[in-house]
Design a binder for this molecule. Structure first.
Ligand SMILES: Nc1ncnc2c1ncn2[C@@H]1O[C@H](COP(=O)(O)OP(=O)(O)OP(=O)(O)O)[C@@H](O)[C@H]1O
Ligand SMILES: [Mg+2]
Length: 266
């Protein structure tokens, strides 16, 4: 089961990714969280100390690994095909939540020049994570839409598109849903987040109806989550807050609606 979480900047992707990852772990699935945002902070949401999180070298910046895999010093002719399955066991880090995380780093457009080798490693690794792993893989994506045309995500089972009721966020949601469909992603669902009124919920449901995409959940604006953000404290374990309860219900629905295969259970 591979779930990608996309949406406008600041709409709550990382928060939701952390809570869903922890939910599947508590259900005794083997889980892998992937931070695919060039400004990574999923490790913090999963309880890691900021100082410790800063020590993690993202895959795309790990020059020794890239040199080893592509068999070259940069720049130069390099190997395009190599094993990547060992990268998870070597570089994923267990967060205090118990969820292992792999930090990808910046992924450049194909052919954009600099760091082609790093790109090749990251793209091969992403394809492997999405197509070949048995874990429940939760991908916390970069904000916006630009990265979605790369094709690496086509094997994702479910794209959660997170949005608040802001019209800019809704506009981006519409674009993401279209791009996800064009790139072959089987299913996109909308998640409303930071919802403060029935009117905001109606705006999101109206868009969903217009673009014919299900709404898998509506998460309220929650001052406990805002406070956790201000205090830089982890969010995955705030089980009693309204927002986390709603995300748990979303995880439950995802678990039911997708043809979850028992191989994901460790
Ligand atoms: N339902 C909610 N109620 C209140 N605050 C929330 C809620 N969801 C998220 N937040 C807060 O909003 C801020 C942004 O959330 P988060 O970092 O998860 O968003 P993001 O989409 O990952 O952002 P970015 O695009 O920068 O990666 C955080 O401080 C988070 O605590
Ligand atoms: Mg984020």
């Amino acid at each position: 089961m591979k779930i990608a979480i996309a949406g406008k900047g600041g709409c709550g992707k990382t928060f939701i990714a952390a809570v869903i990852a922890k939910w599947f772990l508590l259900k005794e699935y083997s889980v892998l969280a992937i931070d695919a945002d060039p400004a990574p902070n999923l490790a913090l949401a999963l309880g890691m100390d900021p100082g410790e999180a800063m020590q993690i070298v993202p895959v795309s910046e790990n020059e020794d690994l890239i040199r080893e895999k592509t068999e070259t010093d940069f720049p130069g002719v390099y190997q395009l095909s190599f094993r990547v399955d060992d990268i998870v066991s070597r570089y994923a880090v267990i967060t205090p939540s118990g969820v292992p995380i792999l930090i990808m780093g910046t992924i450049h457009e194909a052919g954009s020049g600099c760091m082609c080798q790093a790109n090749t490693v990251v793209r091969n690794l992403l394809s492997h994570l999405i197509s070949e792993r048995d874990e429940v893989v939760i991908l916390d994506m970069e904000a916006g839409v630009e990265h979605l045309g790369r094709g690496t995500l086509s094997r994702v089972d479910l794209m959660l598109v997170v949005t608040d009721a802001n019209s800019r966020a809704l506009h981006i949601t519409e674009k993401i849903v279209r791009l996800a469909a064009n790139s072959g992603i089987k299913r996109s669902d909308i998640v409303g987040n930071k919802i403060k009124s029935p009117e905001e919920e109606r705006k999101i449901r109206a868009l969903a109806e217009l673009i014919k995409v299900p709404v898998v959940g509506i998460i309220p604006y929650d001052f406990d989550i805002e406070a956790a953000g201000i205090a830089d404290s982890p969010v995955y374990n705030l089980h009693e807050t309204r927002a986390v309860k709603e995300i748990s219900e979303i995880a439950e629905k995802i678990h039911k609606i997708t043809d979850f295969n028992q191989n994901s259970r460790d």
